[in-house]
Design a protein around this ligand. Sequence first.
Ligand code: AKG
Ligand code: FE2
Length: 367
Amino acid sequence: MPVDQDFSSVPVLDYALTKDPATRSEFLDQLRDALINVGFMYLSNPPVSQDDIRLVIEYAPKLFTLPQEKKDKLLMRNNLHFLGYTKIGAEYTKGKVDQREQYDFATSYECRWTPGDPEYLKLWGPAQWHDEEDLPGFKEGFLRFLGQCEELSYQFIDFVAEALGLKKDALRIFFDSVMQHRAKVVKYPPVSEVDSNQGVGPHFDSGFLTFLLQASSNNGLQVQNLSGRWIDVSPIPGTFVVNIGKALEMVTNGLTRATSHRVLSPPTGSTPRYSIPFFQNIRQDLRLKEILLKFPSEVLALRDKRGSVGARDSVNYTEYGDEDTGYVSLIGRIKSHPDVAERHYPELFRKFFPQGIKANGGSNSGY
Ligand SMILES: O=C(O)CCC(=O)C(=O)O
Ligand SMILES: [Fe+2]
């Protein structure tokens, strides 16, 4: 694509347009363009209660001001499902330490792994929560918020199918009737308080769609355009930022773009930045290469007009296609959280960290 047609800002799509038959196709046209050419968009007027959005944003800083020993009780290192609290310094992207503190939560789910099953079934299981008296109302409010994000993620995937010229329910084959999706609450301290400005290093998300709430007014999130330039995604109150993961890019044959993104730490003297991403998972037992979706030629022509996207700073998900999606996700988690892997997945840990954690660090985020 000629550089003058490359994106220099992230488009804003208004979900209210989907409600009226007269404006629905306008939404689908904007969505198609954003999916193919940008890979990122803001979504205004999302079907998620603004009261619940305000509620989870209000709780975000409180999760981190709890005494350290309370946070440590929920350490992800002690959790088979990679759920819980991660201190600064324990997470890596492309072998470099990310300067962020975070909790990984998830929608409700009981682990289904039993001996003899694939190990990746251990990835899904119950989240860890603080005692009710330490954060009254948080668990209930956050789960209510996650339920709405989940519903939005299914509605949105149907719009993605339609925008790409597929049947409305064509992408539903990637979901089981019972699924687990994940979400995080993240804190990025100012650069003066941490070791580098790598809030999170350049990466692609791994699943289908990500819905991100920017929970403070700080800049910091950036996406890489087709020519490799970093573009700011400044917070717009009341919106979600929606982006595409590697799995969706793969099943759409590169039609939709998983776009490389990163977060720079807030500058010295700034308040911390907070964010709340929701990650839409897909079934764990699929091999993406075996699933062929057929797109209309006029839609494929739009991809060809865009051209192929050159190498990005991010790591790749080359395993997708040949392995079960659950295994690919597990590898992503192992590389991002080697301390969890060392404890709960010793064989895979040795495979990916033959010299131990310190020698080669982790290698990607993926979430
Ligand atoms: O915090 C953000 O704004 C982005 C986080 C992100 O990209 C991720 O965790 O995958
Ligand atoms: Fe991400």
